[in-house]
Design a protein around this ligand. Structure first.
Ligand code: UDP
Length: 422
């Protein structure tokens, strides 16, 4: 007979493999979120299984991260990279495989926490079949995203309908910022239960090295003005705005500038094409001499890059939360970001950084210049940024808030079951 363990929970992330190297192959905030939340919950006593779709036949099917936290890769569709817009058709198979896994291992999950709309569909099926409570985090909302892109994919109708259904039926939706909650209410549905629990970051890792030591490690002189971008190569990230802003900087030619654009990409794929496009703009503007593309920055080098920077720029057209922002802030580096979504929650203008209208290269140039030309103010902003992250955005704090929510929903679901059987 299957053992029912109240503390066994499933995190579902169909397209964002939590065991993959972060920063490449469409891997970004969601992969980091699921992995870090999973590990932090396990530390707090939960048994965490994280389910994802296998995208390579040679990858191990189970990766144990910590004693109570593992990634399980299910075979659903071809075992190769499939862009997220083409994954929907493999979801019924994913549900079957997940049910099969539970049967074979004898585990019954007390709660599922789904991530992104594809996984929300899986969670809704599990709720129908097993009555398990579902918590859902969107990571990106179709209703917002489709406003900022020129070509709407064929899957859009299915995505929008699924996002509405999960908002109205899940036990609880977790919005990562008040701005995201507002979008759900104004663009998706008035029905459903939403809590706000932010994303987190590792405040020990980010902030572990001083600016001086970081510069020495990266061979960057203390006088150089360093502007940093970290993230995926995706048009939505607005890297072009950053490049054009730096081109306009009043400090160009006056100071020793360095623009670092960090992030992984695969030649020929969408991120590789975006990187080529950005490199060609850098070339046309004659900025090659002071612009570098170090590629994917791994977990050990990332804190050094953030610490070495004078300013980190997050020029996204749309950003539901933006982990890079709080990683830079935790490292004591102010952020110049777009005045959109989660950035309006994490960045406090004039206190921890500055916000500019998205795509506005003139405003970005002015904001970057203001910070670069006043080192004392820059340090003040950086210190405030670090404090804000310590107070509001640590993974351990985020995991305790999620844990409390899970307990509440599990108790509620047990009560409902007793009421039904009475
Ligand atoms: N990232 C990384 N190495 C890189 C580029 C990005 O580890 O070279 C990580 C980054 O540190 C962050 C995540 O990828 O944790 C990006 O998350 P964010 O929420 O900023 O953006 P998303 O990718 O979700 O749009």
């Amino acid at each position: 007979m299957a053992s029912i363990n109240k503390k066994h929970i499933a995190l579902i992330s169909v397209h964002g493999d939590p065991a993959i190297e972060f920063g490449k192959e469409e891997a970004g905030g969601q992969n980091v979120y699921v992995r870090k939340v999973g590990e932090a919950l396990a530390k707090q006593g939960w048994q965490v299984d994280m389910f994802t779709r296998s995208s390579s036949a040679t990858d191990p099917k189970i990766v144990q991260h910590t004693p109570n936290c593992r990634t399980i890769r299910l075979t659903a569709g071809p075992e190769k990279f499939v862009p997220r817009d083409n994954i929907f058709e493999y979801l019924p198979e994913f549900v079957d495989q997940l049910l099969k896994f539970q049967k074979q291992s004898g585990i019954t999950y007390s709660l599922v926490h789904t991530n992104y709309w594809l996984s929300s569909w899986v969670g809704m099926q599990l709720t129908k079949i097993q009555g398990v409570p579902q918590v859902h985090t969107y990571h990106s909302l179709g209703a917002v995203k489709y406003k900022s892109v020129t070509t709407i994919p064929i899957i859009a109708t299915t995505r929008l309908a699924t996002e509405k259904a999960v908002l109205e039926t899940a036990s609880r939706i977790v919005a990562t910022s008040p701005q995201e909650k507002e979008h759900m209410r104004s663009l998706v549905s008035q029905k459903g239960n939403i809590d706000i629990i932010p994303c987190g970051t590792d405040t020990r890792k980010f902030g572990s090295i001083t600016k001086e030591a970081a510069r020495a490690k990266l061979n960057i002189s203390p006088e150089t003005k360093v502007i940093l971008y970290v993230g995926r190569f995706d048009q939505r990230k607005g890297i072009e705005t950053l490049v054009r802003a730096v081109n306009r900087s009043k400090l160009r030619g006056q100071a020793d500038l360095k623009l670092i654009i960090g992030g992984g990409s695969r030649p020929g794929q969408s991120d590789g094409k975006e990187r080529d496009r950005i490199e060609s703009i850098v070339g046309k503007l004659g900025m090659q001499e002071f612009t570098t593309f170090p590629g994917r920055l791994d977990e050990t080098t990332l804190p050094t890059y953030y610490a070495a920077a004078d300013v980190c720029v997050v020029p996204s057209h749309y950003e539901p939360f933006g982990l890079v922002t709080i990683e830079a802030m935790a490292s004591g580096t102010p952020v110049v970001g777009s005045d959109v979504g989660g950035l309006q929650f994490t960045v406090v203008p004039e206190e921890t950084g500055l916000l500019c209208p998205p795509k506005d290269e003139v405003a970005f140039a002015e904001a970057i210049d203001r910070i670069l030309s006043n080192p004392e103010w820059r340090n003040e902003l950086g210190d405030n940024a670090r404090k804000r992250v310590e107070e509001m955005f640590s993974w351990d704090g985020v995991a305790s808030q999620l844990g409390k929510l899970y307990e509440q929903l599990m108790a509620q679901s047990a009560n409902d079951l007793t009421a039904v059987s009475a």
